[in-house]
Design a protein around this ligand. Sequence first.
Ligand code: NAD
Length: 261
Amino acid sequence: MNKLFDLSGRVVVVAGGAGYLASESCRALARQGATVVIADLNEERLATAVESIRAEVPGARVKGVQFDAGEETAIRALTDSTLQDFGRLDGWVVATFFSIGKRVEDLTAEEFDKANHLNITSTFLMARMAAESMSAGGSVVLFGSMYGLVSPVPQVYQPPMIPNPIEYGANKAGIIQMARYLAAHYGPRKIRVNAVAPGPFPTPQVDEKNPAFISRLAERTMLGRIGRQDELAGTVVYLLSDASTYVTGHCLRVDGGWTAW
Ligand SMILES: NC(=O)c1ccc[n+]([C@@H]2O[C@H](COP(=O)([O-])OP(=O)(O)OC[C@H]3O[C@@H](n4cnc5c(N)ncnc54)[C@H](O)[C@@H]3O)[C@@H](O)[C@H]2O)c1
């Protein structure tokens, strides 16, 4: 059984890999033996993620690359440098995101376009570049959200909070659909494409500042609690490993049951 989840010899790029959720996925991938390229815009978070994995995972093969997923040339450079350094590409995770965070009434067309570019277009370019650089057996994992499947419940976001913004869920729905489309497109080449749809995973800082909000989120889940930072990592390992070789075009919900009732 351990062999099914063994990623020794595999090379995986994690875009947005220095973030709250994806940094835990990077740690888990390194523990399973993968060579992990952590690619992120934020240099400080990148350095912290790389250092902490090197310190905690004996023999970890981790490289940090600062890049902007909004730039096609940067995506190409990241792909080329990965192939040059490691000679292969087996997995690519897209865990970046951008949102404006305004109310429906205040969002401009330019702002909506910017979100579309940074979420949808950049995910498309990364997934295509990744799939085209992989051999048969490659796996692409796109981070969607439960808000790409269901609407945020307005009552959960009580004033003065701004509700989870419209462009976020609209983009996440597009990403989930993109996983299905690309799974069909790259299926003949034996490359799998899946999405994950995380539920409520607010950071401990949100918990400290607004415990009433955390309770309202927790109440909406079947398990009665928010997700822990490390609770997505197993799903990402699964989708990149031989444990999921017949899974493609799927959207795996990791949401404590939020979207199931
Ligand atoms: N935390 C949650 O509750 C939650 C719920 C559902 C879905 N998600 C999704 O999970 C993913 C990770 O979310 P998170 O909460 O860990 O957020 P996060 O902000 O901690 O992580 C996102 C990372 O992406 C990086 N990034 C942003 N724009 C970039 C760009 N243009 N180029 C390169 N890197 C860029 C950021 O620097 C950051 O490190 C996102 O796609 C998010 O939409 C999160």
